[in-house]
Design a protein around this ligand. Sequence first.
Ligand SMILES: *Cc1c(COP(=O)(O)O)cnc(C)c1O
Length: 366
Amino acid sequence: MSDVINVTRSSIPSFEEYCEEIRPIWESYWLTNMGEKHQSLEAALEEYMGIESVCLLTNGHAALETIIEAFDLHGEIITSPYTFASTTHAIVRCGCTPVFCDINPVDYNIDVDKIEALITEKTVAIMPIHVYGNLCDVEKLAAIGKKYNIKVIYDAAHAFGVTKDGVSSACFGDATMFSFHATKVFNTIEGGALCFHDHALTQRVNDLKNFGIHSAEEVPFVGGNAKMNEFCAAMGLCNLRHIDGWIEERRLAYLRYVERLSNVPGIRLCPPQKGVKANYAYFPVVFDGYKYNRDEIFDMLARENINARKYFYPITNAFECYRGRPGFDPADTPVAAFVADRVLTLPMFAGLRTEDVDRICDIILK
Ligand SMILES: *Cc1c(COP(=O)(O)O)cnc(C)c1O
């Protein structure tokens, strides 16, 4: 039986590099609460992304909930259901109402031409997702945010390292969330961040991630606990040294997939975006009118020990936990429903070999 190839594989430094990075923790006895590693990683990420403020958190989901609280949002948030559970759940768990906008069929991001029709007097924000690392139409979204005086908060869980005309994905909107989960392009084991230009917001987010405690005797917010610990921050410091090389390795796998699968009738790939330096986070393929359907391809790969992923399927407005709630109906977002039924993300990670990509493509094309 041939080797197992999973849809992703975490990128990690050498064991020795990580041990060296965590040595000072043994000397300082400082394990968490915004220690030296935490501070260094925030500074390193601010530099890498060219953004004024990066706040680290335990995970991307906590970052989403924290920014909704930090902006004190109450009302409707326009988003798309073509995402991971986290985006929709964060809105609902914070007491807001998600209003689902459909996606466009090219890059699977929110369809910016359908947003304005969904705006009501209750709309407080838009929460778009840079799906698969494809950037949303950030100019149009900024214009809509400004016109209606509502926040634009990006779920950039997939978009670490992506730039548009040299500007980092961290820099668009009123705030941007990253996930540094083990499966993402850049990881801190578990982790996440909020990025923004507004220094006043930094203090608020820092208070909210630490029980709302501002100083020893001042507790201005009802905050939770979402602090990144020193071991996770140390992993991030190591991984940041390698990130550009790892994205290049992903690019090589991407190029091989494109060589094998583009111009095959019935197989649709995402086109490159103009001015965008990609991170090759995922390799989504839509099977529309191909000789095998998505589920057949998924099973054919699985029989050969290749674990692709139906990502995103189901879409969040079809989740069992939301059944019967007004406004949660996949029929309202037909493009998202169509893509979700036909999409498969193929294995993609730094170190995926050309011969592995060929093995995968041979099965799909046979
Ligand atoms: C991974 C992911 C999240 C959640 O991030 P965690 O760090 O796992 O909490 C949110 N949104 C999207 C689109 C994701 O892929």
